[in-house]
Write a protein that binds this ligand. Structure first.
Ligand code: AFD
Ligand code: MN
Ligand code: MN
Length: 396
């Protein structure tokens, strides 16, 4: 490979970091049940330990996103333990995820619930989550709401929008300087008639209404199959409203499959729009790259390593697009040359250069092989197997 291309790839890899989800290491499933895995993490310490393994072999996952209900069983009282584990395993607490969907009180919604007492309960949980973020010096709080309805006529859509505006504004007023609120959208599931924050436009308007520290979070699985996600990304970048991503892949719905397993070219095009924007603006976009996946069948740590290495590969490919030539080709409506700039970058095998970069950092050339040879999987399967396979397994 030409030295110039290798330099571009090295430069891209230097800046690329991706955050792991604590819940990706635990037993999860579908509404039809879950298949327990002997090595699955069931405690927050095991999640930190597993995340540390992925970081040890890849070198690019220094933080782990946390779920307030699942990882902080005692709410704010759990902060000290999390801080201790972070220190012990060398993995920073990442984005804080409030849980506004599991409590029975949220049957008819959280911020969108017609009962003001339940909206207040949800808002208090949001305040606690923001406080947890402050105590752990974690910058981002990412809000996903299951709120919606299952049948026409059962919910006042505009009234619920107003309640969301009120609650998000109130939550935003609790943010410390530098903290961010990321508002995530999702077209459907678990609500099947309407979801209160169903698309990027709704998330954008609500973020704008909440305040200047609110941005939009794009979960790549939260789109209809025909949607052009990179166009949404380009618009949010242009508006300065792209806060970050939850990366996964999908075939049909929010399938939470490993990144790039179905449509790697789509993830490449998303990365391209970001790098093209950064080239034009001559500065880095402040975007949180995060994984959000459920590994129902694949081994959890192996699937996470796969996702991280594929993300690196697609980001490195996207870094090869010649933006200057592309801008000129677009300006001149030179369709084939313009398209070829993306296709040539996407079809470049960047793996040798990535292996070189890893070795230059003292990292294993092949993270998956290094992990499988480390004996960690055998050890935790041994330690956790009996407990995991006997119980119903704890949810996330
Ligand atoms: C589910 C939701 C959403 C959320 C994630 C973590 O669809 O993506 O971000 O759980 O709470 O996947
Ligand atoms: Mn998500
Ligand atoms: Mn999701």
């Amino acid at each position: 490979m030409q030295a110039k291309l290798t330099d571009k790839i090295f430069h891209a890899l230097e800046s690329f970091r991706i955050e792991l989800p604590s819940w990706g290491f635990a037993n999860t499933g579908t509404r039809f049940g879950k298949f327990l895995q002997p090595a699955a993490a069931t405690s927050i310490e095991e999640k930190f330990s597993d995340a540390a393994q992925v970081h040890a072999v890849t070198g690019v996952c220094p933080s782990v996103a946390l779920h307030v209900l699942w990882d902080f069983p005692r709410g704010l009282q759990s902060v000290e333990e999390i801080a201790r584990l972070a220190g012990r395993y060398g993995i920073k607490p990442g984005c804080i995820n409030p849980n506004l969907f599991q409590d029975q009180a949220y049957k008819f919604g959280s911020f969108g619930n017609p009962d003001p007492a339940i909206r207040e309960q949800a808002l208090q949980h949001a305040r606690d989550s923001i406080e947890i973020g402050q105590q752990l010096r974690s910058r981002d709080i990412s809000f996903w709401f299951a709120d919606g309805s299952n049948y026409p006529g059962t919910a006042g859509i505009r009234q619920r929008k107003r309640w969301f505006e009120e609650c998000l504004l109130a939550a935003h007023s609790e943010l410390a300087l530098g903290q961010r609120m990321l508002i995530e959208y999702k077209p459907f599931e678990p609500a099947f008639y309407h979801t209160d924050i169903a698309d990027w436009g709704m998330a954008l308007l609500l973020a704008r209404a909440a305040g200047p520290q609110a941005k939009v979070l794009v979960d790549t699985g939260h789109h209809y199959s025909a949607q052009n996600i990179e166009q949404i990304v380009a618009w949010l970048l242009s508006e300065g409203m792209l806060g970050g991503f939850h990366f996964n892949d999908r075939r049909y719905a929010d399938d939470d499959l490993t990144l790039g397993s179905i449509d790697p070219y789509q993830i490449f095009r998303i990365f391209h729009e970001i790098l093209y924007f950064q080239w034009e603006e001559k500065g880095r976009a402040d975007i949180a790259y995060m994984v959000d996946q459920s590994h129902n069948l694949k081994g959890k740590i192996e699937a996470m390593i796969q996702t991280v290495t594929v993300a690196q590969e697609l980001f490195a490919k996207a870094s090869l697009a010649d933006h200057k030539r592309l801008a000129a080709a677009q300006q001149g409506c030179d369709l084939i040359p313009a398209e070829s700039i993306l296709q040539d970058a996407f079809s470049t095998d960047v793996r040798p250069a990535i292996r070189e970069w890893r070795l230059s950092k003292g990292l294993p050339a092949d993270p998956m092989k290094a992990f499988l040879e480390s004996g960690y999987l055998e050890r935790i399967s041994q330690e956790r197997g009996a407990r995991n396979m006997s119980s119903a397994g704890s949810y996330a």
